[in-house]
Design a protein around this ligand. Sequence first.
Ligand code: ATP
Ligand code: MG
Length: 414
Amino acid sequence: MINIPKGTKDVLPGQAYKWRYIEDAAREVARVFNLSEIRTPTFEHTELFKRGVGETTDVVNKEMYTFEDKGGRSMTLKPEGTAGAARLFIENGLMSSPMPVKTFYITPAFRYERPQAGRLREFHQFGIEVFGSPSFETDAEVILAASSFLDRLGVSTKLELNSIGCRVCRAEYNKALKNYFAANIDCMCETCRSRLEKNPLRILDCKEEGCKKFIKDAPLITDYLCGECAEHFEGVKSLLTAQGVEFTVNPRIVRGLDYYSKTVFEFVSDEIGAQGTVCGGGRYDGLISDLGAAATPAIGFAAGIERLMLLMENTGANFPEEQKPRIYIAGMDAQTRGAAFKIAAELREKGISAEIDHMNRSVKAQFKYADKLGAQYVAVIGGNELASGVLTVKNMKDGTQAAVKCGELYSYLK
Ligand code: ATP
Ligand code: MG
């Protein structure tokens, strides 16, 4: 027996409708916010993520599924959606279309992590990426889209907001962090030690208990923002406040990926254990130029679908019911089974879900089976029905019966 790989999940029959429900909500939000769907390959050149996500991140350092293909190229299964979306934007010349270019995607993502509740090796994201606008209205709109998505699903989360500044103010801040952490760096983890020189900001993202106590009192980015970044952040906050979106400023949010600048945010829940961030995002004005194209501002987010599902299940969300067969048509012998087959085929042509027996069951067993399937109506075809062309259609919910002519079955069920 070969088992499922660690950190991956099957979606069983009768479960996928929950996924579809979440995806439908995502697509509905995308529709009203005028976001266009994009799809990128499952694997990309490893270099894209090294440059796009950042060499000092956990994702690139520890978590990537990287392999050499038979042509000797290094490929990586996408660990997130933003780098691929940025590549798509550049490679297809979308920078010459009217800005902003507003996109969304629903994609699997792969990270070699220690599996636990809400942390998988293959997971799925609903992401939005908006390219080309530097304005704070766009930040507020993207955050509003995330908030509207979560509202539609009826989950309650807290929005935490921060600004991590631009390259200018971050240089100052990184200096301050370097000075601050230098005193205790020998007591911190190896990763933090290597980050001190390369990217001290990243230390704030460390999840080691031993490091957290030093991180607690580190200088705050909000004290180092330049005039422009401070003004931008005020703009975002005031638009959100005007829309009645509640948030708290958490100066400790830096996000796990290197490409962020200015606004960063997370929607967090305390109902799903340690992995509480269901949605995270921010502005990444430097990414497009890091990838070698003309500097283009951008902002986006990704929501983890498995974590959302967990949150919805833990808080007793009302998923709509899975679609059941509209009608089950039972035959008794070769001839009437043939008629059942034909009627079912005609109904399906017209868009009515119909089911028949596949297992040579008795009529009694077919009734039982139809009930198990949750069929709304059952019709039995015997010799009389065949001769008269009139079926007795039983409503399985209330037990009532109606005589319906074969030719009128469709309009009866429609
Ligand atoms: P975390 O802090 O949980 O490690 P992250 O900062 O690495 O998250 P992002 O790269 O911003 O996460 O991904 C966006 C969202 O994708 C997360 O908020 C989360 O909901 C989901 N996500 C990230 N990694 C995983 C994973 N291994 N399994 C399931 N969902 C994940
Ligand atoms: Mg992570």
